[in-house]
Write a protein that binds this ligand. Structure first.
Ligand code: 5GP
Ligand code: MN
Length: 338
């Protein structure tokens, strides 16, 4: 945060305010960790803050301190809308554009109150009074830590807030292994452990709560793996039937795409997941090194994200989507081949 951003933020937070804090649709560990920690901080400062989530998040995040107070637009539409309508200030966290909040977009379009954006995605939209955007950051959770510190309030970080922030940094960095993990990230993590984040327990809560059916679904995914050595690319497909046969729960396919990248020599990985109800194929794209899946997803799949992790969608059938994807690869041969 620069000085003028800090000054404007302090001005906006001067008196007690009603504040809505919004994560993106299908919130992940970083989106929920950052919004819940920020709300706890704002409430400690005497504001009335609440997280308004576009929709549900996976069961492995349901232990996060404060999760019981989240308002879901999908299941509690009236209260969620009211919280946004009556807010004097709206924070948007871990996304760069209103289109990332699904059906909540209309509610955000109608907000007259000022916005503060805290986010690490590329190409932030220009809607906020304060745009704290930094694409070099590991996670929005790391940014919320810097945000609180910049406002001179590091001492207000409780063990619960530290647990939330630790969670998002851990999940967005693949447990501190992606290139976005810096020395500063580790310093923040050390500070959070000192504040009382129970690191061992958090890892267990997130990664060691699999159901048998989820592990079996992983088996199906790995069986569906296709490796295209020529393009140093690997992908996995999941049909709706495969999901249904394994009692699919939200979050069950999280991390599957990373198995593709664990193959020696592979630098581009995609998982294609069929969503029959929405007639779309949801895609998660990952890469290693220079190849930008953000640009690839933006160019072909109405998506985006970061250089090495992005998402997108296809509105044609799974088989055609795969055929089209394979046809795209030759035009990226220079970037993909060794
Ligand atoms: P994931 O594949 O884990 O859902 O998402 C990877 C990254 O891409 C995350 O930072 C996420 O916010 C972003 N992302 C996922 N789906 C979309 C999408 O449809 N559009 C955009 N712009 N970003 C996405
Ligand atoms: Mn994030």
């Amino acid at each position: 945060m620069n000085i003028s951003q800090i000054t404007t933020t302090k001005e906006l937070l001067k008196d007690s305010k009603n504040i809505a804090v919004i994560p993106h649709k299908n919130p992940d560990g970083d989106a929920m960790g950052s919004t819940l920690a920020l709300v706890a901080y704002l409430n400690a400062k005497g504001h009335k803050a609440v997280v308004v989530a576009p929709n549900e998040y996976p069961h492995f995040l349901k232990w996060l301190p404060g999760h019981d107070d989240v308002l879901f637009y999908t299941s509690n539409t009236t209260n969620a809308r009211d919280a946004i309508k009556t807010a004097d200030l709206v924070f948007t966290l871990d996304f760069n554009h209103f289109s990332r909040v699904g059906d909540l977009e209309e509610a955000l379009d109608n907000v007259k109150a000022p916005f503060i954006m805290i986010d690490h995605h590329q190409q932030p939209a220009d809607y906020a009074a304060v745009t704290y955007s930094d694409t070099t950051m590991s996670s929005t959770c790391e940014m919320v830590y810097h945000f609180i510190k910049a406002l001179g309030d590091e001492q207000l970080i409780t063990a619960d807030m530290a647990s939330c922030l630790y969670t998002g940094i851990m999940t967005d960095t693949g447990s501190f292994r992606f290139s976005s993990t810096t020395a500063t990230t580790h310093e923040v993590i050390a500070a959070l452990i000192k504040k009382g984040a129970n690191n061992d327990q958090i890892h267990q809560n997130i990664y060691d709560t699999n159901s048998e059916s989820r592990l079996q679904l992983l088996g199906v995914a790995l069986n569906n793996l296709v490796v295209l050595r020529e393009y140093r690319t690997a992908f996995i497909t999941m049909t709706q039937k495969e999901l249904d046969d394994h009692n699919f729960q939200k979050g069950d396919t999280e991390g599957f795409v990373n198995y593709c990248l664990s193959l020696e020599g592979i630098i581009f990985a995609v998982i294609f997941i069929e969503h029959k109800a929405d007639s779309i194929i949801k895609m998660s794209l990952r890469s290693k090194g220079e190849f930008s899946v953000n640009e690839f997803a933006r160019a072909h799949y109405n998506g985006g994200g970061h250089t090495n992790a992005a998402g997108g969608r296809s509105e044609i059938a799974l088989a055609e989507t795969i055929a089209n994807f394979k046809e795209l690869l030759p035009s990226y041969k220079d970037q993909l081949s060794s």
